[in-house]
Ligand binder design. Sequence first.
Ligand code: G6Q
Length: 544
Amino acid sequence: MSIAQTPEWEALLAHRRDLEGATLRDLFREDPSRGETFTAEAGDMFLDYSKNLVTGETLRLLVALAERAGLRERIDAMFRGERINVTEDRAVLHVALRAPAGEVIEVDGQNVVPWVHEVLDRMSAFAERVRSGEWRGFTGKPIRSVVNIGIGGSDLGPAMAYEALRDFSDRSRAFRFVSNVDGTDVWEATRDLDAEETLFIVASKTFTTIETLTNAQSARAWLVGALGDEAAVANHFVAVSTNAEEVAAFGIDPGNMFEFWDWVGGRYSFDSAIGLSLMIAIGPAHFREMLAGFRQMDEHFRAAPFDRNLPVLLGLIGVWYGNFFGAETHAVLPYSQYLWKLPSYLQQLDMESNGKSIDLDGSPVDHQTGPIVWGTAGTNGQHAYYQLIHQGTKLIPCDFIGFARPSHEVGRHQDLLMANLFAQTEALAFGKTREQVQAEGVPPSQVPHRTFRGNHPTNTILATALTPRALGRLVALYEHKVFTQGTIWHIDSFDQWGVELGKALANRIVPELEAGSEPELAHDSSTNSLIRRYRRMRHAGGRT
Ligand code: G6Q
């Protein structure tokens, strides 16, 4: 039976009708202490979800829905290594990547935790060799620049985490991330580098992804062109992959390959060897600190009662708006410049995981699934699109993320930054009434424009400081939030057939673009004519 046909869902629909017209102003008036009670904690991470259109009854009904969906059993199944990624017939064990050495997590009767630690140790040893200068380039110089080549899950995670933890990174080295097949990306990333001092990390789970292989080939041509010897590749290229054969075929010594496994999904992989660039940047000790942060949230997710469980609460509140209020999007707004790539990272994590319309039994879903996720680091968004959140016609639930201690004490910046965060959530919730605006002496014709309805729901996530541990906790929070929602919607959050489609589609058109003479085209009339026009424009020469 679909979750949308269950009595628990029906009860939420009825409850939603009961709440019609309720406002956050009312809820806070009726229960002045809700700012203290509608909160939860995990380690030093604090969640205030009081500025949501939820009551104690809403929570009770949402938790009942989670129980009905078998969330507890699904969490246990994931941690036990069951093949919960059914369409790919794989276990889903990113949680094993942060399990302590003594833990036992089995896949097909094999304990995978020792493998995880073996690779971590190899990564640590390699990272230390690069960082200490012991690992040398072909001409004997130490490595000064590290370029990660990957895309999607093999790029966004390490790139986001590198930016997030830049303050912990080795500032004497440059770290760059090349992903786009647009040649500009690899061109710009290499144009000012010294090949003698550059290390490329080719990060690809499958080692068949056309963008990554094309960028890696171009990087290799650049390197060999500069150093004049194919043999230089051995000193300047390492790989992260599950596919040793393809790595060897590319010309990278499998001895310089760092392994991970098919039970780690791409978008859940930056705490595996995919994070090698990050580990070189921040050092193995900080990387392990980050893993400890992930682990803390894993344990919290596994053990905390649902009504005090941060990922479960975020997941359920998202379901509440998406399925019962018709919200289509969800904004994530980190008030930390170092987290500027977090929204893009979460876009993939959430939208690739829960952008599904077929359920685990192969039937079309009869309810909404994953939201459109977006956002920007605060306060920039305030001067751009917050207008629509405050006064537009759409319901946009938001997560505000802030830290009590700044990464850098610079003048008044920190308190100003956080004042903005708190003020935004307050204004979104409570708005500004017509009476307040009139009392300010605003001319009557302007009063409607300057009145703020309020009632825009937000979560506030507050932690002490942006450390490796805090980042681990934060990412695991969202991983498990996505899992919670996927479980309720009864979908496979761990496949990505839409991505696979894209990988195959372009391959058909490439030869048609590259053909010397006008190719036979058998697409629709739009695609045919775009290809013909492109060929004409491409070969006309010059940039107008
Ligand atoms: C992630 C997706 C996808 C993948 C990229 C790169 O969950 O599967 O974003 O990470 O397509 O794939 P490779 O790592 O195999 O190159």
